[in-house]
Design a protein around this ligand. Structure first.
Ligand SMILES: Cc1ncc(COP(=O)(O)O)c(C=O)c1O
Length: 407
């Protein structure tokens, strides 16, 4: 808690008529692109091939090698993580009534993918520390109709993959990893996204590796990889680049009724360089993370768990979202107060189980206490590679001012 002296020393919040902490708005999760990305984009434009081609293929190879250098993984570059989740769900071949377990605390795309693929999402609560599903929370949602589990590595913390894989293997159900937040995350010396049957990554603007919009599906299953590749491009038996760059004329032919989910080379040009910087960018975020952990610790808020998640030589948190917790009754006021200070903040996420849209998927007697409490209390502070230390200290100054006034 702030003591009385430091409390009274704080200036008035901008929301109450005081001066703004910053004159310029600090955009939440702004990505950083440099001269390499610009040169690559220019060379894509000059190559005459802006669609899916050699850059997308190079990005796929680089991504698979980053995740697991010693094992051959199949990576298929797509135009979003949502597309990857949808294709993974389609490939489950769900029949009406088939259930797929998804966390109550996630982005809507995780559950929507299941619905679009003809399945029924069944929500599971999260563990209060990791904020991911665990074997215990999954078990409460399991029924004889369960065909798969979608595990979200929330905010960059790994779900406990050994117990989840053991449970899934025992029951003969598939695991899909939603690793939208978790490109750098490791569990037991292995990157997450290498445990499940399929895993889905996001390269959206605010993500740790960014292509503006983009995604990747990763799998060890060759058959699944080949199906996903075809489905991502209309179900076409040969992709456009191959049709136009191999000798002779190739007529179009379709093996499946597919989708249009492929990643263009223009986006892959950004991904290739963003991925090369993944570790140096991680170090930049870690520095901001530590500034927040040190500077905010005496305020009336709860910091993200640190000792409790296993950060050591074997495990790693991708530090994607820095989420504080405040009293639920004050949370929305504080969001407005940060915005008034010109600090971009976020809520990740309102629990899906609180939304009328998903009410019909809730089963009698199920509760989602941890997901719902967290989602009412959380505020994501900005953390990103385009941020400077001075930006981080602006966030700290704003937090001190606001929390001492309202709490
Ligand atoms: C957990 C989670 N899954 C999936 C997605 C969807 O990612 P995309 O925007 O790349 O489709 C997001 C996006 O923020 C997410 O947070």
């Amino acid at each position: 808690m702030l003591n009385d002296v430091s409390k009274s020393a704080q200036p008035k919040p901008a929301l109450e008529g005081g001066a703004k902490t910053r004159s310029e708005f600090l955009v939440f999760g702004k990505p950083k692109f440099g001269p390499e990305e610009k040169a690559e984009i220019l060379s894509v434009l000059e190559s005459g091939w802006v669609g899916t081609g050699p850059r997308a293929a190079a990005f796929e190879k680089q991504f698979a090698e980053y995740l697991w250098p010693t094992k051959p993984l199949h990576a298929i570059a797509l135009n979003s993580c949502t597309a990857a989740l949808h294709l993974a769900a389609v490939c489950l071949n769900l029949k009406p009534g088939d259930e797929v377990i998804v966390p109550a605390l996630t982005f809507c795309a995780t559950a929507n993918a299941v619905i679009h693929a003809g399945g029924t999402p069944v929500f599971a609560d999260v563990d209060p520390v990791r904020l991911c599903v665990s074997a215990a929370t999954i078990e409460k949602a399991l029924t004889p109709k369960t065909k798969a589990i979608v595990v979200v590595h929330f905010a960059g913390r790994s779900a406990p993959m050994d117990e989840i894989m053991a449970l899934a293997d025992q029951r003969g159900i598939r695991v899909i990893e939603d690793a939208a937040h978790a490109i750098e995350t490791r569990w037991n010396d292995r990157h997450v996204g290498t445990y499940g049957w399929a895993s889905c990554f996001s390269f959206y603007a605010t993500k740790n590796v960014s292509t503006g919009e983009g995604g990747m599906l990763l799998t060890r299953d060759e058959e699944l990889a080949s199906l996903v590749r075809k489905l991502s491009l209309h179900g076409m038996s040969k992709d456009a680049h191959k049709r136009f760059t191999t000798p002779g004329f190739h007529h179009q032919s379709y093996d499946y009724v597919g989708f249009k989910y492929n990643m263009p080379d223009l986006a892959a040009a950004l991904g290739i360089h963003s991925l090369k910087k993944v570790e140096s960018n991680y170090a930049l975020r870690k520095n901001i993370w530590e500034i927040y952990m040190n500077e905010l610790r005496d305020l009336p808020l709860t910091l993200p768990p640190s000792a409790e998640f296993r950060e050591n030589a074997h495990d790693r948190h991708a530090l994607h979202l820095f989420q504080i917790r405040v009293k639920a009754a004050l949370r929305d006021k504080l969001l407005s107060a940060f915005s008034a200070e010109n600090i971009g903040v976020g809520v990740h996420y309102p629990a899906l189980t609180t939304m009328p849209l998903y009410e019909k998927y809730l089963k009698p007697g199920q509760t989602f206490k941890e997901a719902e409490i967290f989602s009412a209390e959380t505020i994501s502070l900005p953390i990103g590679t385009a941020m400077t230390e001075a930006d981080a200290h602006d966030v700290v100054r704003a937090a001190k001012k606001i929390l001492s006034f309202y709490c």
